[in-house]
Ligand binder design. Structure first.
Ligand SMILES: [Zn+2]
Length: 370
């Protein structure tokens, strides 16, 4: 079983026993290393290896085509980046000296200017890339509503910027309706790429027809092998069968709320996030949803939303809201939740990616049950 204790604390976020030792700031809450913090040692080492590898490749390419001007320019740029690593200025903007955004540096170790100091051509190129990334991401989303004989599913997905680091998907498998809601570390394009990665991983694994725990274990290993140290995803994965039974794995994510007639029952995280330990095991919890009962899944764009006074919406308010949602269909529930958030924010701006998902078992009268 898992050796990590985490308590989904009511103030939001969860703690691990690695607090203090781990270079990730404090919780599994995914937006952890602010853009401006210094590069952690492991990332510097990774980037140096990357640069040295490119250096060698370019050297080899230049040997066979010495007259290629593009190659020698690139070679000089890689050389200069390695020199910046040696003299300690790597990762600092050459105009304002502020740290360059971490995600951009990881994606391209040759960048020399922060976002604020791009030329207008560079800015236009970046905006174009972002728009393309957003289109790709939109294309990955499933239809917004789905009805099966036993289930109704709906979601709301709103990036804070152009692209989102939230992950939201569902689809039919041989073993039932698979639904996923999560949040990957980081922000912006880098986070959206990780999200696409998870999407592809789970879609491919679904064909293998594995038990849920083994499927998540495989996804964890694939994710870990193809990401950098420090990148991870908190995730809820569930599989709903026609008889109302649901298997649920909560990998370091916020509590899932089981909406019942007498209130909302929180299903806290009991497994580690994906991308942390290759040997992590994941064991599903089993729930049974009666007719009309539902599950509410969400990301921290809801629980950590702040109003203009700086107060946090909070997990308690999500639970409070969920307690009063008996008998609502999935779409009304999502709509009401968004209205409550809007009231709370009273004009404040959305600063984090937001995803809500509601899975609801069809009421008895719709399924011909008494
Ligand atoms: Zn700058």
């Amino acid at each position: 079983m898992t050796q990590i204790l985490w308590q989904a604390s009511k103030s939001g976020g969860c703690r691990s026993q690695f607090d203090g030792e781990n270079r990730m700031e404090h919780s599994w809450d995914a937006h952890h290393t602010p853009a401006g913090t210094p590069e952690p040692a492991a990332e510097q080492a990774y980037l140096r290896t990357e640069l040295e590898r490119r250096h060698k490749r370019l050297q080899a390419a230049l040997k066979s085509s010495p007259a290629e001007p593009g190659l020698s320019i690139l070679f000089d740029q890689v050389d200069a980046a390695l020199a910046r690593m040696d003299n300690g200025t790597f990762g600092l903007c050459e105009i304002c000296s502020d740290p360059i955004e971490r995600d951009r540096l990881l994606a391209d170790p040759l960048v020399r200017f922060c976002l604020d100091d791009l030329t207008s051509d560079e800015r236009k190129a970046l905006e174009h890339d972002l728009a393309l990334a957003a289109r790709i991401q939109q294309g990955l989303l499933p239809p917004q509503h789905a009805f099966t004989q036993s289930w109704e599913l709906t979601y709301y997905y709103q990036p804070a910027g152009v692209v989102s680091g939230d992950y939201c998907d569902y689809f039919r498998t041989n073993r039932g309706l698979l639904f996923l809601c999560g949040d990957v570390s980081g922000k912006g394009v880098a986070a959206s790429m990780l999200m696409s990665h998870l999407h592809a991983t789970f879609r491919s694994l679904a064909d293998a027809d594995l038990p849920l725990g083994r499927m998540v274990e495989a996804a964890n290993r694939i994710f870990l092998e193809s990401t950098l140290a420090g990148q991870f995803a908190t995730l809820v994965v569930g599989r709903a069968s026609d008889d109302g039974s649901v298997e649920l794995i909560n990998a370091g994510h916020l509590p899932v709320l089981h909406l019942q007639e007498n209130g909302a029952n929180a299903q806290d995280a009991s497994d580690v996030p994906l991308g942390m330990f290759s040997t992590a095991q994941f064991s599903p919890h089993r729930l049974h949803l009666g007719p009309g009962e539902g599950l509410l899944l969400y990301t921290d764009g809801l629980s950590e939303a702040r109003n203009p006074n700086g107060h946090e919406y909070g997990i308690l308010r999500v639970e409070e809201f969920a307690c009063h949602s008996e008998g609502l269909d999935a779409r009304t529930l999502v709509k009401n939740c968004l209205e409550d958030l809007e009231r709370f924010q009273s004009g404040g701006k959305q600063t984090d990616d937001l995803t809500l998902m509601v899975l609801r078992r069809a009421p008895a009268d719709l399924r011909g049950e008494g």
